[in-house]
Design a protein around this ligand. Structure first.
Ligand code: NAP
Length: 281
């Protein structure tokens, strides 16, 4: 079997066109959507992510504010910036880029963000709303994955979805969104015995572990949809996912590439969440 590719760049472009239109309509009413991004420290990877987020805002009519601080910033200083942004009427979304330096309690910082501006969807009240089926913000990466499934008209209802990875930012909210869409969901973590036993039974397989090649072709059910969230570097330093892409392409019905799959969708859904926060405000 030769898999079909779910092109995250193409789908992102379509969604961003719609975002830009709705952002322009709000701007015309004097309510331009605004996103504030805070980066603490010098992580190269975080700087790239943040730059992409800011650039995407600019390209789609969303006002953005980028605040970059030295790694020595104290927790109290960061909390004070978050509080100020909570009260800034031009800002509808606040994103604190993770990870934060070790001396700052990231839970405390996320909880300090006003829930109605928590465009990452990481605040406990947003996690609770998602869990109880009344989401205000869906975390961007799992939300993007759901849009990818929608784009191929995949019948999620009744399908067996296996999510490999159980983090608060990807695996758990992903499982919740799939469950709410009617899938029967299995969540795997690092303690799972015989991972392949579970993955081979998946109609929808979402892999988010940060472990290169954790899923190989022989672990995939023929015809399955394989969504690779992972972002790793191969031996040549090239970006790659968690799934053996060539192996997956021989078995799966659909696969997402890395790069060009889930990555652009994550940023796109951040724009959507910011826009919707502004529309609600
Ligand atoms: P994380 O917080 O490190 O969580 C990794 C999860 O994978 C944990 O639940 C862990 O299990 C599980 N895991 C590790 N080894 C495993 C194994 N051998 N079998 C099964 N499960 C295993 O990572 P994350 O933040 O969720 O991110 C995961 C990956 O997605 C990373 O590569 C990250 O860079 C990428 N990512 C990409 C995007 C994007 O936009 N494309 C966005 C976010 C993240 P335990 O719970 O037992 O430790």
């Amino acid at each position: 079997m030769t898999s079909k590719i779910i092109d995250g760049n193409l789908l992102s472009k379509q969604i961003r066109t719609e975002v830009a239109k709705r952002a322009a309509a709000l701007t015309a009413q004097g309510r331009q959507p605004g996103l504030a991004v805070i980066l603490v420290g010098d992580s190269q990877a975080s700087q790239v992510y943040v730059r992409n987020k800011i650039k995407s805002c600019e390209e789609n009519g969303i006002h953005s504010v980028f605040e970059k601080y030295d790694a020595s910033m104290t927790e109290a200083e960061l909390l004070s910036r978050v509080h100020a942004l909570n009260h800034d009427p031009k800002i509808h979304g606040i994103l604190v880029q993770l990870p934060l330096p070790a001396h700052i309690d990231s839970h405390k910082v996320i909880e300090a963000i006003a829930a109605e501006k928590d465009v990452d969807g990481f605040h406990v009240s947003n996690a609770g709303l998602l869990m109880t089926g009344q989401p205000l913000f869906r975390p961007c990466t799992p939300y993007g994955v759901m849009k990818m499934l929608e784009s191929i008209d995949y019948p999620v209802r009744g399908a067996h979805a296996v999510v490999v990875g159980a983090s608060n930012i990807v695996g758990k909210p992903q499982a919740m969104l799939l469950l709410q869409a009617g899938a029967t969901v299995t969540i795997c973590n690092s303690k799972t015995r015989d991972l392949g036993h579970h993955t081979r039974d998946a109609d929808i397989l979402v892999v988010a572990t940060g472990k290169r090649n954790i899923v190989t072709g022989d672990m995939i059910k023929p015809g399955a949809v394989v969504i690779d969230v992972g972002m790793n570097r191969d031996d040549a330093g090239k970006l790659c996912g968690d799934v053996d892409y060539a192996g997956a392409c021989e078995v799966a019905g659909w696969v997402t590439p890395v790069p060009g799959g889930v990555g652009p969708m994550t940023i796109t859904m951040l724009l959507v969440n910011t826009l919707e926060a502004a529309e609600r405000s």
